[in-house]
Design a protein around this ligand. Structure first.
Ligand code: NIG
Ligand code: FE
Length: 423
C-alpha cells in the first residue's frame, strides 16, 4: 500500500502570501497582487495543499493525527523558484575576485584563460561525489533564503563526459529531497581550452554528440547558450537551440549581457521560454520578446557582483507587458550568492520594483518560466506544499532588510527540509 503522510496543518500566519490567481505568468498590475490571507492557515495532505484560507476554513479538516505547525504570527510564502543558477561546480574564484578588486576586469581575466575556463578545469577533475557534496552545501544556502526549487545549468564540463557528469549530479541533488531541481544543458557556455580558435568544431560536438546523449538519457529539460558575439554568435546559438528543440528540449538564452538586442531577437525568433540577463537590451528587444511571449529573467546580483551599474530596465519591461522573472544566477564567477532575499533587495533599490512585484517574479512567474506553474510557485489547492516561514510579520520586510537570511523553516511537499539552527 502506498504510504500516505499524516496531514499537516499550518496555523497562525500573520500574512499567508498565496499568489493565487490566473493559471499563467503575471504581467502589468497583476504583479502587485499577492492574494494575501491575513491570519491564514493551510491544510496539507500527502504533500499537497488540500485547503487554504482563514483558520476557520481548515478547522473541519483537522483530526487528532494532524501535525500542527504554528507559524507564530509570521509571514509564510511559497518557496522561491530560482529559475537561473549554475549551482554545480568545483572550487571557487575568490582569487579572481581579489584581482578584480584591484582593477582587473571580468573580460580580461576570461581572455587570459581564467573565468569560466578556470572553473571548468576544476570541475573536470572533481569526482561526482565531491560535486554532489559541494552542491548539497549550496542547497542549504538556497533553503536559508526560502528557496525550494532551483533550475541548474551544466556548463562547467564542456566535454561529453564532464557535461553528463554534472547533469547526473543535478539529478542526484533533486533526488536528495532537499530542493527540487530543473536541469538545463549549457554545453555552449564557453569554448573549452582544447577547442580555442575552433568554435565551429566545438559547436558540431555540442550538436552531434552532446545534445543527442543528453536527450536520450533525459538529463535535461532545457538547453541554454551563452549568446555573445565573441562566444557563441547568433548563427551558432540558433543552430544549437534549434537542434535542442528538435530533440524536445525547451530553450533558454544568456542574452545581451554585454552587447545589445541580438540575443533577445533570437529568443523571440525561436520561441525560447526565457531570455536571461538582458542588461544591454533596448526597447526593440523588449517589443520582440513581448510579441513572442518570452519571459525575461533578470539577474541583478551578477550586475552588482561585477561592479557594474548597468542593471536591466525592469520597469520598461513591465511597461512592454513582459512577465518578468527574478533569479540569483548563482555561480562562482559573476554571482556567488544563492540568496533570493538579496535579489529582492537589489530589485527594489536598483530595478525599482516594489517588493510585491519582486515576489511575484521570484515565485509564480519563475515557476511558469520553467513549465512548472501547475505544481509550484503559489499556494493553491492541488499544488505542492512548498513553503517557507519567514522571520517577519510583513512581507515587505523580505526586501527591506538586507544581508540576512530570513527563513526560519522551509517545507518541500509538506516535509520540513530546513530549520534555522540558532534563533
Ligand atoms: O550567467 N555569462 C555566463 N555565465 C555566467 C557566469 C559564469 C561564470 O563566470 O562562471 C553568468 O553570468
Ligand atoms: Fe548565468
Amino acid at each position: 500500500m502506498r504510504h500516505i503522510k499524516s496531514d499537516l496543518a499550518l496555523l497562525n500566519c500573520s500574512q499567508l502570501v498565496t499568489l493565487a490567481g490566473p493559471a499563467r505568468a503575471r504581467t502589468g498590475a497583476e504583479l502587485r497582487e499577492l492574494a494575501i490571507i491575513p491570519d491564514g492557515a493551510m491544510l496539507v495532505r500527502d504533500g499537497r495543499i488540500a485547503v487554504i484560507g482563514p483558520r476557520a476554513a481548515i478547522e473541519p479538516g483537522l483530526s487528532r493525527d494532524t501535525k500542527i505547525v504554528d507559524a507564530g504570527g509570521r509571514v509564510v510564502l511559497p518557496g522561491f523558484v530560482d529559475a537561473h543558477t549554475h549551482a554545480v561546480f568545483a572550487g571557487n574564484r575568490a582569487d579572481e575576485f581579489e584581482r578584480r578588486a584591484l582593477g582587473a576586469t571580468y573580460a580580461e581575466i576570461a581572455a587570459a584563460g581564467g573565468g569560466i575556463r578556470s572553473t571548468v578545469r576544476h570541475t573536470r577533475e572533481a569526482s561526482e561525489d565531491d560535486l554532489l557534496d559541494a552542491a548539497r552545501r549550496y542547497a542549504r544556502w538556497f533553503l536559508a533564503g526560502g528557496t525550494t526549487t532551483i533550475e541548474v545549468k551544466s556548463g562547467y564540463g564542456l566535454s561529453l563526459a564532464a557535461e553528463l557528469k554534472i547533469l547526473r549530479v543535478i539529478r542526484a541533488l533533486g533526488a536528495s529531497g532537499l530542493l527540487r531541481t530543473v536541469p538545463t544543458f549549457l554545453g555552449a557556455h564557453e569554448i573549452p581550452d582544447e577547442y580555442r580558435g575552433r568554435t565551429g568544431e566545438y559547436v558540431r560536438l555540442v550538436i552531434d554528440e552532446m545534445l543527442p546523449r543528453v536527450a536520450e538519457k533525459k538529463l535535461a529539460d532545457y538547453c541554454d547558450v551563452f549568446c555573445e558575439p565573441h562566444i557563441f554568435d547568433v548563427p551558432n546559438a540558433r543552430a544549437i537551440l534549434r537542434a535542442a528543440q528538435a530533440l524536445g528540449l525547451g530553450a533558454r538564452i544568456h542574452a545581451d549581457q554585454f552587447s545589445p538586442d541580438a540575443g533577445a531577437l533570437l529568443a523571440a525568433e525561436i520561441g525560447a521560454a526565457t531570455a536571461d540577463h538582458l542588461e544591454s537590451t533596448t526597447a526593440a528587444g523588449f517589443a520582440a520578446l513581448a510579441r513572442a511571449c518570452v519571459q525575461p529573467v533578470l539577474l541583478p546580483a551578477s550586475v552588482y557582483h561585477l561592479g557594474s551599474t548597468r542593471y536591466p530596465a525592469a520597469r520598461a519591461m513591465i511597461e512592454a507587458g513582459l512577465a518578468i522573472v527574478l533569479a540569483t544566477d548563482f555561480n562562482p564567477g559573476s554571482s556567488p550568492t544563492a540568496s533570493m532575499p538579496m535579489v529582492l533587495s537589489l530589485a527594489s533599490t536598483q530595478l525599482h520594483l516594489t517588493p510585491a512585484e519582486s515576489i511575484a517574479a521570484a515565485t509564480i512567474n519563475a515557476a511558469y518560466s520553467l513549465g512548472r506553474g501547475g505544481e509550484i510557485g503559489s499556494l493553491e489547492p492541488g499544488k505542492f506544499a512548498d513553503f517557507a516561514i519567514h522571520d517577519c510579520a510583513d512581507y515587505r520586510e523580505l526586501a527591506y532588510f538586507f544581508g540576512r537570511e530570513p527563513a526560519l523553516a522551509v517545507y518541500s511537499a509538506g516535509t520540513c527540509v530546513y530549520q534555522r539552527e540558532t534563533n
